[in-house]
Design a protein around this ligand. Structure first.
Ligand code: BEZ
Ligand code: FE
Length: 301
C-alpha cells in the first residue's frame, strides 16, 4: 500500500518507471521528475499556481501553427535553446570551428539561388552592405562549393513572412561558394526586431519587464559533405540590444561591424563585412543541425 508524502513521492515515481526499456528515455524522465519535484518543493508550489502553469502551457500549445512554434519560443526566452546549442557545440565543434547560434523560426527551405555578387534584396529597400569571406575547414583549407543559406529581416525589421504575401521570398537566398570556399553577396542592412509578443510567451516576457527584442542579425546556415551543418548568425555591434538579446543568441565571436576600409572588399565603396566561416568535421554522423523547421513539428493533417 502506497502512503506517500513530500519526501517519498519522488522515489515512488522513479521506482514505477524503473523498467523503461529505452535507457535514454529512462535517464531523461528520471531526471525530469527529480528536478520538477525539487522545483515544486523549492517554491512551495500551490494548487492554484500549478493550475496557472498548466493553463500557460496549454495556451503555448494552442498558439502553435505550421508557421509558429510557441514552445520553441518559450525554450528560447528561458535560455534553454541556447544551453542545448552550447552543449552540442562543446561536444562536436572543433576548437577553431565557428560558434553556432539559434536557427530561429524564420528559416525556409527552397530560398532563391543567388549568384556571386547578387543581392538578397529582391523587393526590400535600404542601405546596402556586402558580406564576403571564405568557408574553410579547421586547418584553414577552403571547403569547395559549400552551400550557404542566408536569411534576415529587412531594413524595417520584418522577415518576408511578416512583410508581405509569404509565398514571395525576399531577404533570403542560397549561394554556392567557389572551388576555394570563397563567397560574396550584397544585401540590405537588417534591423533588430521584437520576438512575437502577441502570444503567451510574449505576455510572460512583458510581465518580466523584458524588452523582447533581438539585435539586428543575419542568419547563415553552411552545409558541405563531411562537415556538420553550421547554423550561425552575425550580430551588428552597434545595435542597442546586442548585450541583452531576449533569446540569448549572441556570442562575442559573431559580433560584426560593416567597414569601408577593407582592402580586399569585392565591391569598393559599400560598407562591407568580412567573415570567414570554419566548419567542423562531422565525426559523429549527427549532421549537427540545431533547431527545427516549425512546420515539421506539427502533427500531419
Ligand atoms: C530569430 O532569430 O529569427 C528568432 C530566434 C528566436 C526567437 C525568435 C526569432
Ligand atoms: Fe532572426
Amino acid at each position: 500500500m502506497q502512503d506517500l508524502d513530500v519526501s517519498t513521492i519522488t522515489d515512488a515515481v522513479i521506482e514505477q518507471m524503473a523498467t523503461t526499456p529505452d535507457p535514454r528515455l529512462k535517464e531523461i524522465m528520471e531526471a525530469a521528475v527529480r528536478h520538477l519535484h525539487a522545483f515544486a518543493r523549492e517554491v512551495n508550489l500551490t494548487p492554484d499556481e500549478w493550475l496557472k502553469g498548466i493553463a500557460f502551457l496549454t495556451a503555448v500549445g494552442q498558439a502553435c501553427t505550421p508557421y509558429r512554434q510557441e514552445f520553441i519560443l518559450l525554450s528560447d526566452v528561458i535560455g534553454l535553446s541556447r544551453l542545448v546549442n552550447v552543449m552540442h557545440d562543446t561536444k562536436g565543434r572543433e576548437a577553431a570551428g565557428t560558434e553556432t547560434s539559434l536557427l530561429g523560426p524564420f528559416f525556409r527551405e527552397g530560398a532563391p539561388k543567388i549568384e556571386p555578387g547578387e543581392s538578397l534584396a529582391r523587393m526590400a529597400q535600404g542601405p546596402e552592405i556586402v558580406i564576403f569571406g571564405r568557408v574553410t575547414d579547421a586547418q584553414g583549407k577552403g571547403v569547395p562549393h559549400a552551400v550557404m543559406d542566408v536569411w534576415q529581416t529587412d531594413a524595417e525589421g520584418l522577415y518576408d513572412l511578416q512583410a508581405h504575401d509569404p509565398s514571395e521570398m525576399d531577404m533570403r537566398g542560397q549561394l554556392r561558394c567557389d572551388a576555394e570556399g570563397r563567397f560574396h553577396f550584397r544585401t540590405v542592412r537588417p534591423l533588430g526586431y521584437s520576438i512575437p509578443m502577441d502570444g503567451p510567451v510574449g505576455e510572460l516576457v512583458r510581465r518580466q519587464n523584458r524588452h523582447g527584442y533581438r539585435p539586428a542579425h543575419i542568419h547563415i546556415l553552411v552545409a558541405a559533405p563531411g562537415f556538420r551543418d553550421l547554423v550561425t548568425a552575425l550580430y551588428f555591434a552597434d545595435d542597442e540590444h546586442v548585450d541583452s538579446d531576449t533569446v540569448f543568441g549572441v556570442s562575442k565571436s559573431l559580433v560584426i561591424s560593416p567597414r569601408t576600409d577593407l582592402p580586399d572588399a569585392p565591391v569598393p565603396g559599400i560598407p562591407s563585412i568580412r567573415y570567414d566561416f570554419t566548419l567542423s568535421r562531422d565525426t559523429d554522423g549527427a549532421g549537427g543541425r540545431v533547431g527545427s523547421d516549425p512546420s515539421k513539428l506539427m502533427p500531419a493533417g
